[in-house]
Design a protein around this ligand. Structure first.
Ligand code: OAD
Length: 258
């Protein structure tokens, strides 16, 4: 961990827990657009049209088109050295490591990360817009003809299936919040490092995790291409691109990331 600034690398070698929060910036160098940068997804689409339950009610064809295109695109790109460095660090730290991602593209898992909580859902799962059908893996795309819920049909109701994404106005899965909270509070008094990477700090509750981490005594670091909205909350800020910064930060060599 010799690349980590200050005492953080030493802390990790001495048995600290590490929680990493990632956002769209981590996948930028794989070729996926972020949300709020220029040319980002929210410049081309209105959030309320494609990322809210009301938008889906109004125009489900548009919403499925948006996520189908993103499904297609995410399938064609590959994890970058930033994703691979995080998978490598997890191998070293084992259950002292937790990755919380706002990304829905599945690139962390494809890079080999296993302890991943996808707090905003997954592009590659589908669920029912009406009943509590268990979300299931789905790589299909829907342009025009939309998928319907067979469980609802059996009960004489009509309901569309939808992407398993947490939309604006919706709650995060309480089991995810519980798991993050438990990890943060485990072994009180023992060293704890929190790193946020590639995220604008504009969306809650993810943007507030740094506050909880600090209140529990964590050393906190932000790695981002530009200052984030909550930069001031971090002890350290490294302004850099994640595909370069993360391997250097964790001392992961090019051969370890293939
Ligand atoms: P944003 O698009 O808001 O922010 C991406 C951040 O990554 C910006 O601060 C960029 O400066 C930074 N960045 C860009 N390229 C980078 C690189 N190569 N290395 C490091 N940093 C880089 O994306 P998020 O913060 O992930 O929610 O957005 C949070 C949530 O808002 C998303 O999960 C999504 C969105 O609305 C839903 O869709 C539910």
């Amino acid at each position: 961990m010799e690349g980590l600034n200050g005492g953080m690398g030493t802390l990790l070698e001495e048995g600290a827990r590490l929680l990493v929060l990632t956002g769209a910036g981590v996948s930028a160098e794989s070729g996926l657009a972020t949300f709020r940068d220029s040319n980002g997804l929210w410049e081309q689409h209105r959030v309320e049209d494609v990322a809210s339950p009301e938008g889906f009610l109004r125009d489900p064809v548009l919403v499925w088109k948006f996520y189908s295109l993103r499904r297609d695109q995410a399938k064609t790109v590959a994890p970058n050295p930033g994703h691979l460095a995080l998978a490598e660090v997890e191998k070293r730290l084992g259950d002292r490591f937790l990755l919380v991602t706002q990304n829905v593209d599945g690139l962390h898992q494809r890079a080999g990360s296993e302890r991943v909580i996808e707090i905003h859902g997954s592009l590659f799962r589908t669920k029912c817009s009406s009943c509590d059908l268990e979300p299931y893996d789905d790589h299909a795309t829907y342009f025009g003809t939309l998928p319907r819920c067979h469980d609802c049909e059996r009960r004489g109701r009509k309901a569309l299936l939808r992407p398993d994404i947490v939309w604006f106005g919706e709650m995060l899965d309480p089991r995810h919040l519980q798991a993050i909270d438990s990890f943060m509070r485990r072994d009180p008094g023992s060293p704890f490092v929190f790193i946020a990477v590639g995220t604008s700090g504009a969306v809650w509750p993810a943007a507030g995790l740094v506050n909880l981490a600090r209140s529990l005594g964590a050393s906190t670091l932000l790695v981002n291409a530009e200052p984030a909205e909550n930069t001031a909350r971090f002890h350290q800020f490294i302004q850099a691109k994640s595909a370069e910064a993360l391997p250097a930060l964790f001392g992961v060599s090019a051969s370890a990331i293939r």
